[in-house]
Design a protein around this ligand. Structure first.
Ligand SMILES: *Cc1c(COP(=O)(O)O)cnc(C)c1O
Length: 425
């Protein structure tokens, strides 16, 4: 792609953007009487305007029907979660029976590890990234302890090479081979939350299986961001949250994937009544009859009020489609990279991008490693009405997202970030 560093060029890209109409389906936060530049969709996606109508429908049905809403609501609550199968399957590249909207991400991660982390004395180690999200770290540490292992001994952390910031695929694969006798599980972020690196999930899955391990991914930063093909990649399990790129509201219902080849095995699992097959669920029988597919991992009845925003948001994804979204996303991020590198080359910005420049190894997000002036840069963004994300000790994470961000915002963002120091003080 060849770009130009000018406002008119950015506006031309917006003009030609086949997804430009989707911005008007979201509320853009306003600060100092103008719309902010919201580059934090990797942390909390914006509100679809339609969410309110979806909420109101369920409030009304609850108001008018009480308990009968389980079967008589316009969207019967008993089956409310069914509606997520198709859109989630499209987003993560799965069969509908392989995905479910349920619980929260960290809860799902534990439920999946109950099934897929089954260590013995010889094979008990877990491969993770060294820059693992804290909740995931606590989860794997506690799973190790739960099975009687010392996390110090049981966790293998993938570290970038000296002087590098991201992992090389070859190094990951080599590490898997090196531990083939003792490896029980590989659990990586599909896209690392800190560096923005997208991993080669197909190859990691292939090598992991060859080493005799299960392979699972935390897709918190990948779902709705990059193209996923969990079924074809043979991934054993995956989990994700819905409030980042999926725009489904704070603490929104999470998702999980279990590959169909595990649907007919009797894996260890923690059961609840929503995992019982639907036909006999209300017989209140003593004996658990597993529902087909991943639904047997469900525990509780559908949290409908937590699912309405998810429904509103995924309906937009169904219309836009992941392919067009990803195409625009690659272009937005490439334009951001181009402008940042230009500012760095001209000496207007003291920083470096640590996210890989290969589009196959990243999603929307760029992580900008700042120099000594990091906090000052971040303050400049705040003063310029930009919402971005500061990670200690010195990284600014920004994610222009294709559903509601514009090329013009990318242009203005870099202009603010690289503006003159003197004029700011
Ligand atoms: C956002 C995020 C979480 C958050 O977990 P919750 O259970 O939703 O609070 C966990 N892991 C990763 C990698 C994340 O990016």
């Amino acid at each position: 792609m060849s770009f130009e560093n000018s406002l008119s060029f950015a506006r031309q890209l917006d003009f030609n953007d086949p997804l430009k109409r989707f911005r008007s389906h979201f509320y853009i936060p306003v600060k100092n009487a103008e719309e902010v530049i919201y580059f934090c969709g990797n942390s909390l996606g914006l509100q679809p305007k339609s969410a309110r109508t979806y909420f109101e429908q369920e409030l009304l049905d609850w108001e008018q029907l009480g308990v009968e809403g389980h079967f008589k609501a316009r969207n019967p609550w008993m089956y409310y979660h069914h509606r997520f199968k198709k859109p989630l399957a499209n987003i993560v590249g799965a069969l509908p029976e392989e995905v479910a909207a349920m619980n929260q991400l960290s809860v799902n991660l534990h439920l999946m590890m109950i099934s897929f982390y089954r260590p013995d004395r010889k094979r008990f180690k877990i491969i993770v990234e060294d820059s693992l999200f804290p909740s995931d770290r606590y989860a794997v540490q506690s799973q190790l302890r739960f099975h009687g292992f010392d996390p110090e001994e049981g966790l293998i952390e993938l570290k970038p090479r000296e002087g590098e910031y991201t992992l090389r695929t070859a190094d990951i694969l080599e590490e898997i081979e090196a531990h083939r006798e003792e490896l029980a599980l590989i659990m990586l972020g599909g896209v690392n939350y800190y560096t923005g690196q997208l991993f080669d999930m197909a190859r990691i899955s292939e090598y992991g299986h060859r080493a005799g391990a299960f392979v699972g991914f935390d897709l918190a930063h990948a779902a709705g961001n990059v193209m996923l093909n969990l079924h074809d990649w043979n991934v054993d399990f995956a989990v994700w949250c819905s409030y980042k790129y999926l725009n489904s509201g704070p603490g929104g219902v999470a998702g999980a994937f279990v590959h169909s080849r595990h649907h007919h095995e009797e894996l260890p699992r923690f059961n609840g009544w929503w995992g019982n097959e639907e036909e006999s669920r209300f017989e209140m029988s003593r004996e658990f009859r597993p529902a087909p597919g991943i639904d047997r991992w469900q525990l509780s009845n559908a949290p409908v009020f937590n699912m309405v925003a998810h429904a509103a948001a995924l309906d937009l994804f169904e219309v836009a489609g992941m392919e067009l979204l990803r195409q625009k996303s690659e272009k937005l991020t490439a334009y951001l990279e181009y402008l940042l590198e230009d500012a760095i080359a001209k000496g207007k910005l003291d920083a470096r991008i640590i996210t890989p420049s290969d589009p196959l190894q990243r999603g929307a997000q760029l992580s900008i490693l700042t120099g000594a002036n990091g906090k000052q840069l971040y303050n400049k963004l705040e003063a310029g009405n930009v919402i971005a994300d500061w990670r200690e000790p010195n990284v600014i994470r920004v994610a222009p997202v294709p559903l509601y961000n514009k090329f013009e915002e990318v242009y203005r963002f870099v202009e603010i970030l690289s503006s003159d120091w003197e004029s700011e003080d």
